[in-house]
Design a binder for this molecule. Structure first.
Ligand SMILES: Nc1nc2c(ncn2[C@@H]2O[C@H](COP(=O)(O)OP(=O)(O)OP(=O)(O)O)[C@@H](O)[C@H]2O)c(=O)[nH]1
Ligand SMILES: [Mg+2]
Length: 426
């Protein structure tokens, strides 16, 4: 059955047959190239196509015109013919020129890793915000690749008044895309602002915010469900979650925190997506604690951790305190070794519940770690400050003086900074 998704780059009327192509540059570990292709195969499978062959070429650098060498491209054309391949997928982002040249040589579609990831996102987007973010990323990817594709687009474009004298169809298409992108950017800014208002309302209640981050398929949603019964879709496929989901969580000791599950990361996450998902990723950058979930059962957990931290630093979240959580302990004896290397990490199985108590204690410790007791002297004339301190801190004791109250308060880093001018000289 044909199932065509809006913005999809891969037709789904049948399982496409795919060849994967990687380039091994000097100094790269052959295992890394293979791990990259393993992951690309998983991405292709998630997108709904079948890998029938994989090809790796050693090169000093990618060929600027054809990514692989011309001879290799010709070989690929022959192989694709023999294996009845529909599409050739390259493990690096192709330039628009490379893509055009390759399609001419191969006589079939040539796409890159970015296109596959965008395709999965397009299939998985559910909410208006998620859909708008994915469409924006797709347009940003497509705009520079428009040359020579004007025909397909022009069938929907045009109309009275859209075409100026001497203007090519391509320019009309390009301007249409740019307008659409601006529209999406505006919509997304509005949605982001609404979230900002909700966020401010929340911060007054002094609930700490925790962001669940990690490589795609690490088990973030499974953990959120186990902890809060959130009912988020969990699947053994990549990028199941695109839309953030926030739930309350009670910690041992009584505090309540807010836990947000969000989009997973991957090696070489397309920059178009990072930009388009700005507002979603922003909720990570504003968190009090990043809970970094690592799948302990994969071949290269360290590589995945590095990829996640790269994205975290791209979105300005590198300095947020991190709690490392090694997941899938039920099937990963390796996990214990990882924990030993990262002394502050905890080891859990979100599936069986193993280690969850220890995880909750670790979260409670981390959340409390930034709290300190301070004494504040606040003049009665500053009723606003008195009210704010009661809202944001935990008042342990208060003495009523003649003109001012002296409060003993438990405050976090941010609260202590905010009320620093009232701290009692000791
Ligand atoms: N064996 C085992 N499997 C797990 C565990 N936690 C999660 N899984 C499985 O791993 C797969 C991915 O889990 P999800 O919770 O969807 O992962 P995610 O990190 O939310 O993934 P995305 O939303 O796709 O980025 C599912 O098939 C889960 O059942 C675990 O502790 N042990
Ligand atoms: Mg998920």
């Amino acid at each position: 059955m044909s199932e065509q998704f809006p913005g999809s780059l891969i037709e789904r009327s049948f399982r496409e047959r795919i060849v994967l192509v990687g380039v091994a540059l000097p100094g790269t570990d052959p295992d890394d190239v293979e791990a990259g292709l393993d992951e690309l195969a998983l991405l292709v499978d998630t997108a709904g196509a079948d890998v029938v062959a994989r090809v790796v070429q050693r090169r000093d650098r990618p060929d600027p015109a054809t990514f692989v060498g011309r001879g290799k491209a010709a070989e690929l054309a022959e192989l694709s013919q023999t294996l009845d391949v529909d599409t050739v997928v390259f493990d690096e982002e192709l330039t628009p020129a490379q893509q055009r040249n390759l399609q001419a040589i191969l006589g079939r579609t040539a796409i890159d890793r970015t296109a596959v990831i965008l395709d999965i996102f397009a299939q998985n987007a559910r909410t208006p915000e998620g859909k708008a973010q994915v469409e924006l990323a797709l347009l940003r990817y497509r705009l520079p690749r428009l040359r020579g594709k004007g025909h397909a687009l022009s069938q929907q474009a045009g109309g009275i008044g859209t075409r100026g004298p001497g203007e090519t169809q391509l320019e009309v298409d390009r301007r249409r895309l740019v307008r659409r992108m601006q529209r999406l950017e505006t919509d997304l800014t509005h949605l982001g602002q609404t979230r900002g208002v909700q966020r401010r309302a929340r911060s007054r209640s002094r609930n700490r915010e925790l962001a669940l981050v990690g490589y795609t398929n690490a088990g973030k949603s499974t953990l959120l469900n186990r902890l809060t019964g959130a009912g988020v879709l969990t699947e053994n496929r990549l990028f199941s979650t695109l839309d953030p989901r926030t739930r309350q969580l009670s910690l041992p000791g009584g505090e309540t925190v807010l836990l947000t599950d969000t989009v997973g990361f991957v090696r070489k996450l397309p920059h178009q997506l990072v930009e388009a998902f700005h507002s979603t990723l922003q909720s990570i950058a504003l968190a009090d604690l990043v809970v970094h979930i690592v799948d302990g059962s994969v071949r290269d957990p360290d590589g995945q951790m590095t990829a996640v931290r790269t994205v975290l630093s791209d979105i300005g979240a590198a300095d947020i305190p991190e709690l490392l959580v090694i997941n899938k302990a039920d099937r990963a004896p390796e996990a214990a070794r990882l924990v030993a290397k990262n002394e502050d990490a905890v080891c859990i199985s979100a599936l069986t519940g193993e280690g969850i108590d220890g995880f909750l204690r670790a979260v409670a410790d981390r959340v409390r770690m930034s709290d300190r007791v301070v004494r504040l002297v606040i003049p009665y004339a500053r009723g606003d400050v008195l009210a704010a301190v009661h809202r944001e801190g935990e008042v342990v004791d208060s003495e009523q003086g003649e003109e001012a109250a002296t409060l003993t308060v438990l405050l976090d880093d941010a609260g202590r900074a905010r009320f620093s001018e009232f701290v009692a000289a000791s």
